[in-house]
Design a protein around this ligand. Structure first.
Ligand code: NAP
Length: 340
């Protein structure tokens, strides 16, 4: 019997802001399983900003999506059929899969078996998954927070920002964040325990907002946004500050010649700032160490985590577009099918 699946493909490459017309949903036949392969039923898909880079033709560290081909995401799925000795039907796994109801996985060794009894399944794509590891690596390797220091986190209510901010609190820092709505700002202060926060869509003068919220300057900057916010943070940074260069989402939809040029780069040498970038993919070898520490923080309530789950594969493009523009509130996931 031939099985088919819905799959979302990249119809054409976006120019500027991503649009629903850049996507196409198709019904395709699934190929018969070969030795070593498995068939997965998608339960959750994670939508992340790095996918914007993969949608363009410009060289990306993560490899480009091809026009007409299915989009790929990190997801949680259930093994339906297995021709691999390492997996049996019913196993729950996390790893890369198609934006589809079902995926044939040719290299299942890239997937990891997970246990729903240890933590809810969405957590494997959030605090215990790639965004959590990103924040953990950035804070441990580059941020190196110390008691009494001021940490500033941009996009602080997002997938990575929530963890970076709360790790700062655990380390005894004064933590300040920014987010794009008053509701998010209130969540940062009242639910996540940040010391101060501001709405970057309301505050026109970022430097004034930073001076008000970080009167003692900034010792650690966890950079998720870039652009004119980064310029203001450089202005308010203290001597010997550490800049954890995680991402610059404010620039991803802009053509190269329209990107914001930082005008006060001289602060890096004058203030002896250490600015260091990193890619989470280089740090998967620390996954077990990260998971054991994060599991303790989650179970003790030291870290709380907000998810933003959209239902239905067909709504994945809309959820992705919303996330890129701040329409999400928490880690963006799509629930494609019921949990087992
Ligand atoms: N280096 C790595 O290996 C690595 C890995 C994962 C993620 N990242 C980076 O980490 C950053 C956060 O990713 P995430 O997955 O946690 O996404 P996220 O924060 O859950 O979602 C993106 C958020 O960015 C904010 N944003 C979008 N455009 C903005 C703008 N013009 N100005 C200010 N804020 C804007 C929006 O929040 P507001 O409502 O607050 O505006 C939006 O909700 C991104 O830059 C991403 O590329 C890097």
């Amino acid at each position: 019997m031939t099985l088919s699946t819905r799959v979302i493909t990249l119809k054409c490459r976006p120019e500027g802001v991503v649009d629903v017309n850049n996507f196409e949903i198709k019904e395709i036949d699934l190929v018969e399983l070969q030795c070593g392969e498995i068939l997965l039923r998608t339960v959750y898909l994670s939508l992340d900003p790095y996918m914007r880079g993969r949608m363009s033709a410009a060289k990306s560290y993560a490899g480009n999506f091809e026009v007409g081909e299915p989009l790929i995401a990190r997801g949680v799925g259930e093994v339906i059929l297995s021709e691999s000795k390492a997996f049996t039907a019913g196993d729950l796994v996390v790893g890369m899969m198609k934006w589809a109801d079902y995926s044939v996985i040719k290299h299942p060794e890239t997937l990891r078996v997970i246990d729903v009894n240890k933590t809810p399944l969405p957590n494997y794509l959030g605090p215990l998954g790639m965004p959590g590891l990103t924040a953990w690596v950035g804070m441990k390797n580059i941020g190196k927070p110390k008691v009494g220091e001021t940490l500033f986190v941009s996009a602080a209510s997002g997938a990575v920002g929530q963890i970076a901010s709360q790790m700062g609190k655990i380390s005894g820092c004064r933590v300040v964040g920014c987010a794009g709505t008053d509701k998010k700002v209130s969540y940062l202060i009242n639910q996540m325990g940040l010391d101060a926060a501001f709405n970057h869509n309301v505050e026109g003068d970022y430097l004034a907002a930073l001076r008000r919220c970080c009167p003692e300057g900034i010792d650690i900057n966890f950079e998720n946004v870039g652009g004119k916010l980064l310029e203001a943070v450089l202005e308010q940074a203290n001597d010997n500050a550490r800049f954890v260069q995680c991402g610059v989402i404010s620039q991803y939809n802009l053509p190269h010649d329209k990107r914001f040029g930082i005008r006060n780069i001289e602060h890096i040498h004058r203030k002896r700032i250490r600015m260091e970038g990193f890619i989470v993919g280089d740090h998967w070898d620390r996954l077990d160490e990260f998971i054991s520490e994060m599991m303790v923080w989650l179970n003790s309530g030291a870290i709380t985590y907000k998810l933003d789950i959209t239902s239905g594969l067909e709504r994945a493009p809309v959820a992705f577009i919303a996330m890129m523009g701040g329409g999400n509130f928490g880690k963006t996931l799509v629930q494609v099918d019921d949990e087992p």
